[in-house]
Design a protein around this ligand. Structure first.
Ligand code: PMP
Length: 325
């Protein structure tokens, strides 16, 4: 018999799927690392489990304790599944811009959800960063995960996502492209791939309203780059410790409108029913097309599932209201 001992053992080993129609104008082979096949439907299951295992090993949380995290939804889902299997309580602190589906899904798997305003500075006491930190200080036997600065996040991708991509492409990968939020995915995968072959180019996809691209190009943290945006999962108003700029060759920025439109195109032209950051990554990939040559093997990583966005990017009324349709 072949079976997993529990749901956490099914994390990872996701497929690579060739893109065909949407990338027709690109000569290179374009492959999607399809992370929604993880049990929590996102890449974040990998780092959620790794961060919890490290915390347990360091004695930061005891049996029956409470995991507290500020999350745009996917890390919370990964942590919630791990909490169920391992016997912890889960509290997710989210900003009010995240889709309703994400809060509903977290509640469905038994997580407590606290919603905070998006439109405040990170150090404002009402921000989801501050509220998560404060709740952890006030809750006995609790552990504040802090995916932004917890380096087990990057390590998970260095140990699993990166080696999988290298093996699945027989070491032929030439470019890696991915959306950047905490930076764990790009930094872990990028570091592993560049250690195997330093010629591999690693590109981040950023959003308008986020600091990454300018910071990478100038070393300047420019507050003028920060303003509210619609795209979910990528971009930041802080520089998380998990972003390792030394393994990133460049960033491209994608507009909210293009990210939303390409989320829909992925579903309708490739049959890839994926999240909003996948749309941003797909458009980012097309913006970078002059960097690719005929025999290149380009891997783009898609983070999560389309079901989390049916009330937003997949909803015509919502799209019209945003002025995107
Ligand atoms: N896309 C989605 C949907 C996400 O939830 C996240 C995590 N915030 C990202 C992209 C960015 O991944 P990372 O945090 O590893 O940079």
């Amino acid at each position: 018999m072949t079976y997993a001992e529990n749901i956490l053992e099914t994390i990872g080993n996701t497929p690579l799927v060739k893109m065909n129609k949407l990338t027709a104008e690109i000569d290179a082979l374009v492959l999607a690392k399809y992370e929604t096949f993880n049990p929590g439907n996102s890449v974040k299951d990998r780092m959620a489990l790794k961060m919890l295992e490290e915390a347990e090993a360091k004695g930061l949380i005891q049996p029956g304790g409470t995991i507290i995290e500020g999350t745009s939804g996917n890390t919370g889902m990964g942590l919630a599944l791990a909490a169920i299997v391992k016997g912890y309580k889960m509290v997710c602190v989210m900003s009010d811009k995240q889709s309703k589906e994400k809060t509903d899904i977290l509640k469905a798997v038994g997580s407590k959800v606290v919603v905070c305003p998006t439109d405040v500075a990170p150090d404002d006491p009402q921000s989801y960063y501050s509220v998560a930190k404060r709740m952890a200080e006030e809750t006995p036997n609790s552990w504040y995960v802090n995916q932004y600065d917890n380096l087990a996040n990057t390590k998970a991708h260095y140990e699993s996502t990166g080696p999988e991509i290298w093996k699945q492409t027989d070491g032929k990968i030439t470019h890696f492209i991915v959306g950047v939020g905490t930076g764990g995915t790009i930094s872990g995968v990028g570091k592993y791939l560049k250690e195997q072959n330093p010629k591999i180019k690693v590109w981040g996809v950023d959003t308008y309203g986020s600091v990454f691209k300018k910071y990478h190009e100038t070393g300047e943290f420019d507050e003028n780059e920060i303003y509210p945006y619609v795209t979910e999962g990528i971009g930041e108003d802080i520089i998380p410790k998990n972003v390792d700029f030394s393994v990133i060759d460049g960033f491209t920025k994608v507009t909210d409108k293009d990210a939303a439109i390409y989320t829909r195109k992925l579903a309708r032209e490739e049959g890839f029913f994926l999240g909003n950051s996948a749309g941003a990554a797909a458009k980012g990939l097309l913006q970078l097309k002059e960097h690719f040559e005929k025999d290149d093997v380009v891997v783009v990583l898609f983070h999560d599932h389309g079901s989390r966005y049916v009330g937003k990017m997949f909803n015509d009324e919502w799209m019209k209201k945003q002025g995107f349709l």
